[in-house]
Ligand binder design. Sequence first.
Ligand code: S3P
Length: 426
Amino acid sequence: MVQEFSKVDKIEGELNLPGDKSISHRAVMFSAMAEGTSRIYNLSNGEDVKSTQECFKKLGVEIKKEKDFVEATGKGFKGFRKPDSELDAGNSGTTTRLISGILAAQNFESVIIGDESLSKRPMKRIITPLTEMGGKISASDNYTLPLRISPSENLHAIKYELPMASAQVKSAVLLAGLHCDEPTSVIERNPSRDHTERMLGLKVEKTAKRIISYSSKQNYPVPKEYFVPSDISTAAFFIVFALLSKNSLLKLKNVSLNETRTGILQVLKEMGGNIESENEREAAGEPLGDLIVRGSELKNIFIQEKIIPNIIDEIPILSIAGIFADGNFTIRNASELRGKETDRINAICYNLKLIGLEVEEYEDGFSFGGKINNSNPVFESFGDHRIAMAFGILSMLLHSGGKINNFDCVSISNPDFIKQIKNITR
Ligand code: S3P
């Protein structure tokens, strides 16, 4: 579907966005593992989290949607049943990589498949540590889906130093570690999102140089009530939209303010963005609050390597802020972007060139500057929800609007994007 957007001058109002995707995946997984019934409030309504729910239903978990919450009755330690067909993770890297850590410890075989995009994404990063733990995982020639996970009842604990900044790899190892008697430890240099650690109450040691997280059988989940804060990665599109629209005033309610996710707020504030938070609190171990965003004049800044894992999903929309900020925009040390739903470095550069910007592409990032000179762009989403939404926002900031090809993919994280835009534009 081609989505057309016209110029919007001002945005105003309040949004209560759907639940955070990363926390939602984990809430479903941990409820599914726990023996008994858990309730999840404000679960993400995106396709990715639906994929996670469908996989666990095939493993014997009962999941019911009620009016205000989702109820999941989990199977307990090694209580899953062998699925009668392949587990389809759809477009979701988080589903694939985290569930692999759980399935590696089961006494039955399972096969994970996914869509065209997911079938190209790198899986060696989880196969290596899970195999080291005694898991039996085979993939296609270049370590991509389908993954075949063979029975392996006795995983052993390992000490694993992450070769790349990845919360998905860290979580896969920690989840496998929940099946071991001895503690498994994962060491990371730069902090990635810590939802797995928080939600399972894992021990975490932090020094100036590294972070070590530990998991063992003792941390195996029990039934709980989860409250999922609104997704800061979804909020980021609206935050940038409000900052770049003169005289705008937008309130975003109950947004996740986990410090391993708020790098985008830090960067945008440093760029001159007027963003305030109020009503800060905690729900089910995760910090959240309301954000108030006002139209602001932005300038581009130097973005440090250390913050990249914290803003990795927000780089598409951050680069849109960069177009309208003073000075040239540069992002480096972000080669992880090439292995996302699409090669996001390539996708962003392709679309920025369509509006006449001078773009330089690097293996680990890109930079751009210059003036916008195309009045009628048709952007490509490359089937990637974050590219589609970022260039949807850009279209609403351009004098004669813009179009996005293959926009439907926004439903991966936020099926109600267009409705939400209508609510804050008049
Ligand atoms: C996620 C981790 C990140 C992020 C993804 C969700 C998670 O991926 O890009 O959207 O929920 O753990 P990596 O850990 O592979 O960087």
